[in-house]
Design a binder for this molecule. Sequence first.
Ligand code: SF4
Length: 276
Amino acid sequence: MSDDHNPVPENGVRHILSLSGGKDSTALAMYLRDRVLNLEYVFCDTGEELQETYDYLEKLEAHLGKPIQRLNPERPFKHYLDIYRGVLPDPRTRWCTRMLKLKPFEQYVGDDSVRLYVGIRADEPRRKGYISKKSNIETSFPFIEDDLRYKDIMRILMNNGLGLPNYYKWRSRSGCYFCFFQQRREWVGLLENHKTLFEKASAFEKVDPETGESFTWIQGESLQQLAAPQRIAEIKKDYQEKMVRMKQNGVKSNTSLINVFTDEDNSQGSCLICHL
Ligand code: SF4
């Protein structure tokens, strides 16, 4: 983003980058570090994040030489889950994003005029996302404006010694450990890497004793069912077959989860404040 084709407004406008703990918003932080004066870095902490996310943010903070402001929701996830009578959030309702991320962010911003920087890349310009729609928040897409693509984002992260967050070894995107945008293979990754968190997520699943309706993170399958050894073997086999198909279609054999799942339909409408 050069100042001549996209001048940064002055006087009374706050410049904010909301980090998700993912690769694109992190690369954007590095990209804007010396381009935008007085940029505020924030992270909306749901309290249900992975340790890898906190570690990555700390690493980024050291590289930026500036603190990342942590924004916390008024009450924890469980409080809102009770208010929603045990109905887990899903891609349609997304009450978790509203209550745990957007609300704290909008409170932090107040009525100030804000330019919010969003890390959607030039190779995903049609990606739509769930983001604050407040009229005092104007959005800016520097990677699209400057035609920066996947390989450029990776270069920024590697050249700065940041690399990728560790969870990318078993997961394709940032966000809460129980995020419903996860694929089954990623739930298996959670089980294998953070058994306690998997069990915690499983404990939120319930059957309504009155209606018999079940509230599960994955439609039609509970985490207990998913954790059965035979089911895990099936999920891993499906994943391997998908990798083979992708390889046949010209995708490199060392492709990781980060690439495998980014073409899934549900990533198109994921929450930009959570998954960039
Ligand atoms: S990461 Fe997923 S579960 Fe967490 S707030 Fe965002 S959409 Fe909800």
